[in-house]
Design a protein around this ligand. Structure first.
Ligand code: GLY
Length: 399
């Protein structure tokens, strides 16, 4: 009897000291990530403030920080990063910067020349409204949703991503190209309906999500990058890729956008079909034979030279953030996977050392290999979703 009692006591002690050790490691990872972000992004801001003009850092090119114009699809991420820093640190300094950099994007609410008005305004003003409830921010969100909704094509039931006659897209013979990334613009439409009481934005978002579900996915629940629709008669004209390895391949960031997008659709509608769909996308991604053990995907699941292909930390960060949200929808197991991704991203293999990486947080992301653009570089959206994932992780662990 004594022996049994001793072994029970020992096993309780071992379990509790193991879980205390795991908690300590977890807490240390979180505090290191926040400390690094405070330093790196602080330094990024110092350079911008010194310049006395609004600069918006996107990536690094030829060892120099590349700054972008406010109509670039990534312009909302840096202001959004300020809001996430404010959320993580509660330091008012970040709020002041967040307000300033967000309000610099005001005119984007009228942007109708591409679908990314959703990304831009949701990551900047969406976060701003969430943290301040300021009326003026609400009107920007609603105005931006009006702009985005000018791209809705009723016959096809989707929001057109790119103009068919502009830039390199104009050489493709498309009529109404829709990219999987567009799932990320729907959150703005859902928010705009809630804030304005105008349900038409929400209806467009639901139509887009349903038509995308029917046409963008293969039988294994991987997705195409681009689906071109007939905007007069409706229906699909062709399916292909722009940023992936091949038309039939699974571009990693595209799979991440899909996972995140359907998680948002479930959050906003509570329609179980979107949650089931996110599960199927999850299964494709995380049971894929080409997913590396550290869960940071190669840039395309079908890239020809795996394991000698660049990883895409941005895709991993988006996936982690989506999985934290999904884990709160009665899928607690997803949190472990998200934690594993975050542990990898927080390791020296991906997270920059203080003072390096041109003040970005994550190394090793990919913009577009087919365009020869941004290969194995830091990217502002990798950092944004990494910090968003961190805030979601912290909030879940408080519960
Ligand atoms: N939305 C563009 C990209 O993911 O590269």
């Amino acid at each position: 009897m004594k022996k049994i009692l001793l072994s029970i006591t020992l096993s309780i002690w071992l379990t509790s000291s193991c879980s205390t050790a795991a908690k300590n490691t977890n807490d240390k990872i979180i505090s290191n990530d926040v400390a690094l972000a405070t330093h790196q992004i602080g330094r990024q801001v110092e350079i911008i403030e010194k310049s006395a003009i609004f600069l918006n850092p996107r990536t690094v090119k030829d060892n120099k920080i590349e700054y972008i114009a406010i109509d670039d699809w990534t312009s909302g991420f840096f202001p959004g990063t300020m809001w996430l820093m404010y959320d993580l640190t509660k330091d008012i300094k970040w709020k002041k910067l967040a307000v300033k950099y967000t309000e610099n994007l005001d005119s984007i609410k009228y942007l109708t020349s591409h679908h990314d008005v959703g990304f831009i305004i949701n990551c900047s003003y969406g976060n701003a409204y969430k943290q301040t409830h300021k009326e003026a921010y609400k009107s920007v969100i609603i105005e931006a949703a009006k702009s985005l909704s000018t791209r809705f094509r009723p016959s096809a039931g989707v929001i057109q991503s790119w103009d068919e006659d502009r830039g390199w897209q104009g050489t493709k013979g498309w009529m109404c190209p829709v990219i999987i990334d567009n799932m990320m613009n729907l959150e703005l439409l859902f928010k705009a309906s809630d804030l304005s009481g105008d349900s038409s934005f929400r209806k467009m978002a639901i139509s887009h999500a349903n038509v995308t579900m029917q046409n963008h996915f293969r039988s294994d629940f991987s997705c195409y990058h681009v689906v071109d629709y007939d905007k007069v008669k409706g229906g699909v004209r062709s399916k292909c890729t722009a940023q992936g390895y091949s038309n039939e391949s699974a571009w990693a960031r595209g799979q991440a956008w899909a996972l995140y997008g359907y998680s948002v659709c479930y959050r906003e509608t509570k329609n179980k079909k979107y949650l089931d769909f996110a599960d199927k996308i999850f299964n494709f991604i995380f049971s894929n034979k080409n997913m590396p053990a550290d869960l940071i995907p190669y840039w395309d699941f079908n890239a020809p030279n795996i394991p000698n292909e660049p990883r895409d930390a941005s895709a991993a960060a988006i996936m982690a953030s989506a999985l934290y949200e999904l884990s709160s929808f009665e899928r607690p197991g997803y949190k472990k996977i998200a934690d594993k991704i975050m542990n990898s991203l927080s390791s020296p293999a991906y997270l920059a050392i203080v003072g390096t990486n041109s003040n970005f947080l994550l190394m090793h992301s990919v913009g577009s290999i087919p365009h020869g653009n941004e290969i194995d570089v830091p990217l502002n959206y990798a950092d944004y979703y990494f910090l968003e994932a961190l805030t979601r992780k912290i909030n879940l662990e408080k519960l």
